[in-house]
Design a protein around this ligand. Structure first.
Ligand code: PNS
Length: 170
């Protein structure tokens, strides 16, 4: 019985995340999507909003549970009984940080191992940061995030775009 965690900020969830979630769910018995509640950062979406967006877009996958966590990922793994961490690798530039995280996590909690999935080619350029950047400048994000997330991001950036227009900045 393999219980795995796919951790991330998911601010917001992208089609790249969804690709990894779908493929990981096929290879493990239970997949917990762990949404980081990071007090140090100001996200676009609150932790509850991110969890509920993920629940909505993963509703069709039976062996998935979406949970928030704060603090160390290894402590969350201990609490949930997960022994595998899933991470997606988009490019070689991801590798150094991901390797460091995987090794640190295993040093802190030797029962946990990290499984890397190569991101599908069509999403190798994609990140939540890029999605927000495109949205802030009024670009089309329909190819980047699930349909139900498009409107939520647009609603969130609209007041900023309006404000910038008024002040003559765009
Ligand atoms: O995909 P993201 O948003 O970059 O996810 C990063 C995440 C959440 C996996 C990482 O920041 C994390 O695990 N944070 C929890 C704190 C922790 O355990 N840090 C030490 C890892 S070595």
């Amino acid at each position: 019985m393999i219980r795995a965690i796919y951790p991330g900020s998911f601010d917001p969830v992208t089609l790249g995340h969804l690709d990894i979630i779908g493929r990981a769910a096929k290879t493990v018995d239970e997949l917990i999507v762990g949404v980081l509640n990071n007090g140090g950062k100001t996200p676009m979406f609150s932790i509850d909003e991110r969890v509920s967006m993920l629940e909505e877009v993963t509703a069709g996958i039976p062996n998935i549970k979406v949970m928030s966590f704060s603090g160390l990922l290894v402590d969350f793994a201990k609490q949930t009984g997960a022994t595998t961490i899933v991470r997606g690798l988009r490019a070689i530039s991801d590798f150094e940080y991901e390797l460091q995280m995987a090794q640190t996590n295993r040093k802190m909690y030797p029962l946990v191992d990290t499984m890397f999935l190569a991101t599908s080619l069509e999403y190798s350029y994609l990140s939540s940061t890029i999605v927000k950047e495109v949205a802030f400048f009024g670009g089309d994000i329909r190819e980047f995030v699930p349909e139900s997330v498009v409107l939520k991001v647009q609603e969130r950036v609209q007041p900023v775009i309006q404000k910038d227009k008024k002040s003559g900045q765009i």
